[in-house]
Structures are given as structure tokens and as C-alpha cells.
Design a protein around this ligand. Structure first.
Ligand SMILES: [Cu+2]
Length: 246
């Protein structure tokens, strides 16, 4: 065997090794990911979701302009959603869910080691013209992100936000004492408000939306939620109490 042949063989072997590692998880996702409850791992932003629990499908687009559409998504804590992410571009893109800190660190690693391959339930690598899926259950309220970590894409602004809203506060019983539509205010005699740690009393509330006052009458018995909104305590939901329903 000549030296030239040896070199050629070595080069061919290198090429074979290099090929599968040259892309960030450019594997074929023709077969959908199989859900295995025993292998689900908790993260600070939730865990892989059981496809049987999906109640909402969120379609997203990814483009070579380095954008996700939509880039702002709100889910409820506990909700299991399926992201169906379509690659409208000519480049490989991916959607990776995470905390802002995780994604930033991961993007920096991708710049340093562009040959890194990953396949985790919180990500979908999508070839041009194809679609990928992530089924995820958000178990904690908070501000999370999704990003494309193909080298340079995150840095070009290819990221979005997932706001996970906490549970709506429990409702409190009350009685309408006074309605001030002009000021958008409501006087309620109410029981203890757990989420505000407020004892029962009669007090004036703002309302988060003037429409909440539309169908109220003084003397009504109601159930309502109150929360701190921009530094003021406001009624955010109100309805006739069951016993007083008309
Ligand atoms: Cu991308």
C-alpha cells in the first residue's frame, strides 16, 4: 500500500467521521419521539409532556431572517402544549426551550463547539421545509425563552418568550356597597383575601377593567378576585355569587 493510498484512506475515514458530527443534531426526525414517562426529567421550566395530555397546539414559524413567529407565547402553569415548529427558511433552524441563562450559555457553547450534537425533549432541530414538535408541560410559573442555537442565530436575535402564568387567585365572597363608574372604583365588604393576606373589611378597590362594573348593582352578593396591579390593589374578576345568581 502506497503512502498516497494510506493518506486517501485516512482522509476518507475522517470524512466519514466528520459528516454526522458536522451539524447540530441534523438527524432525521421522520419517526416521532416516543414518550416514556419513566425517562421524563424535571427542569426549572417544566418537563417533557405526555402527548395524551396535549390540549393546545401552538404553531410557530422559523425564518432565515432569524425570527420566530410568533415570538411571544403565554401558557398557564400546569398546561401541556405541543409546539409545531415549521422551518420556512433554507437553513437548518431549531427551537430550544429553556431559561434565559441556560439558552445564553448553550448559545456560547455552540459558538465554541459548532459540531456539538444534542437531542433532548426540549428541542426540535428542523430541516428546511420540514416541521418539528416539542411536547412540554410547564410546571412552574415564570419567564422562559425559546431560541435557535445554530451558531450565530441566537446572536442575530432568533429567540422568543414563553410566559408561564400562575394560577388565577382563589375567589373571595363579598357584597357590593358602592359602584363608582366614573372613577372605575368599587366598594366591597369582603371576607379574607388569601392571596393578598388581607383580613375581611370594607374597602374601595380599583377595577382592572371598567367593564367589570357593567352588570353590578349595589347590594349584590359577589365572588371576586383581587390582585396587586401596577402597585394598586384591583379587582381582576367578579361574578354574582351562586346564591345571588339572577
Ligand atoms: Cu436558526
Amino acid at each position: 500500500m502506497t503512502l498516497t493510498t494510506l493518506l486517501a484512506l485516512a482522509a476518507a475515514a475522517l470524512a466519514l467521521h466528520a459528516a454526522p458530527a458536522s451539524a447540530h443534531g441534523d438527524e432525521d426526525h421522520a419517526a416521532p419521539r416516543r414518550y416514556d414517562a419513566a425517562k421524563v426529567e424535571e427542569t426549572p421550566f417544566g418537563h417533557e409532556g405526555n402527548p395524551a395530555n396535549v390540549r393546545r397546539v401552538i404553531p410557530l414559524g422559523m425564518s432565515d431572517a432569524m425570527r420566530f413567529t410568533p415570538a411571544d407565547i403565554t401558557v398557564q402553569r400546569g398546561e401541556t402544549v405541543k409546539f409545531v415548529v415549521r422551518n420556512d427558511g433554507k437553513l437548518l433552524h431549531e427551537m430550544v426551550l429553556g431559561t434565559p441563562a441556560d439558552l445564553k450559555a448553550h448559545a456560547a457553547l455552540m459558538q465554541k463547539f459548532p459540531e456539538m450534537e444534542h437531542a433532548s425533549p426540549n428541542m426540535a432541530h428542523v430541516k428546511p421545509g420540514a416541521s418539528g414538535e416539542i411536547v412540554w408541560q410547564f410546571t412552574k410559573a415564570g419567564d422562559f425563552q425559546f431560541a435557535c442555537l445554530q451558531p450565530g442565530h441566537f446572536e442575530a436575535g432568533m429567540l422568543g418568550r414563553v410566559l408561564v402564568a400562575g394560577d388565577a387567585p382563589a375567589m373571595t365572597q363579598g357584597e357590593v356597597r358602592r359602584i363608582d363608574k366614573a372613577q372605575g372604583k368599587l366598594t366591597l365588604r369582603h371576607g379574607p383575601i388569601a392571596n393578598l393576606e388581607m383580613p375581611g373589611m370594607t374597602m374601595v378597590f380599583k377595577v382592572s377593567d371598567p367593564r367589570l362594573l357593567e352588570n353590578l348593582r349595589e347590594g349584590d352578593t359577589v365572588r371576586f378576585s383581587a390582585e396587586r396591579v401596577n402597585g394598586a390593589i384591583a379587582v381582576t374578576a367578579i361574578e354574582p355569587a351562586a346564591s345571588a345568581a339572577r
